[in-house]
Design a protein around this ligand. Sequence first.
Ligand code: NI
Length: 390
Amino acid sequence: MSLIHEDLFERVVAVRRDLHRHPELSWQEHRTAGKVCEFLDSLGIAFRSGIAGHGVIAEIPGRQGKPLVALRADLDALPIQEETGLPFSSSVDGVMHACGHDGHTSMLLGAAALLVQEPDLPVTIRLIFQPAEETGNGARAMVDAGALEDVGMVFGGHIDRHFEVGTIAVTEGAVNASSDRFKITVTGEGTHAARPHEAVDAVVVGSLLVMAIQTIVSREMNPSHPSVVTVGRFDAGTAANVIAGNATLEGTIRAQDPEVRIHLQQSIERISRSVGQLHNANVSCEIVEGTPPVINAPDLTSLARQAAVTAVGERNVVRMEHANMGGEDFSEYLRTVPGCYVRFGAVVPGCEGYPAHSSRFDFDERALAVAAAYYRELAIVAGRKLRDES
Ligand code: NI
């Protein structure tokens, strides 16, 4: 791929394969961060490490120091046993880069190598290498540690095997869903299995809750606004001949629209109360808010599109046609500054059936060159825009 020099491409691929072979779980990205620092050092780029755990923040100075443009990558892997059979497969039992974060880190290092050669960057470019995206709280920690100080715009992207390699999907509006958790605790009255009249059966109350919760999405929500409520765990009872006194339900709530998100949360709470009352059980519901949806700002999306067109040409710039209900903690940056999050096409023929978070997930490494070239263009067009506005 001629988007970047062959020797740089080889270097970036070597980093990716090294990271892939040595994956580290969220909050444990010690070695990975060390590799990032080594690469930045070799380019003569100043950085600070040990931010919010193992985060790294680097800066490539431009004409204007602030506001600046931030580009973000994530460092962590997942607790999955790799089954790809790749020659550079994970050497760590039960840990795998199954979401392409090895690629995100190395593509941003590739972009750093390109940007450091630019003689006249309009503004300073900040590179954010964050820990713990998979646990959904690394971005928040980086923001709290000052990663967005002086930042005017923030950009990022994800490797995506739904799209052909060489393409970039640039989409305005919501591109990832919010991700919240809920836990419902049912306290009834346990007793002998043959004496239901003396019991408040937590299995029955819990089952009703599972079914009632399903009607929130199917009967309460506007079908044109995507939403998901999943009960992923239902725990109750101790023996076949005992009526259960307690049950616990845990699940996840996804929405692309902030109002839909609140409606889903409130409905789960309402249904929990009502079903408890209906059957004389004590039902409590706890909602744990996770990351908000990723919503791409329209004006920044057009900057991203412009950069993508320059990098890969008009006909290789596509858009996501379907809602992605996965969470992405890039949204934590967007609480503070506007930004745009894109997808880098990277399908490997024959691997279409192995999505991110699968033990056989793999991606076409040529996407690394595409992304590095895109980030370079983007840093320049976004930097010009910031400079002209200030
Ligand atoms: Ni990911």
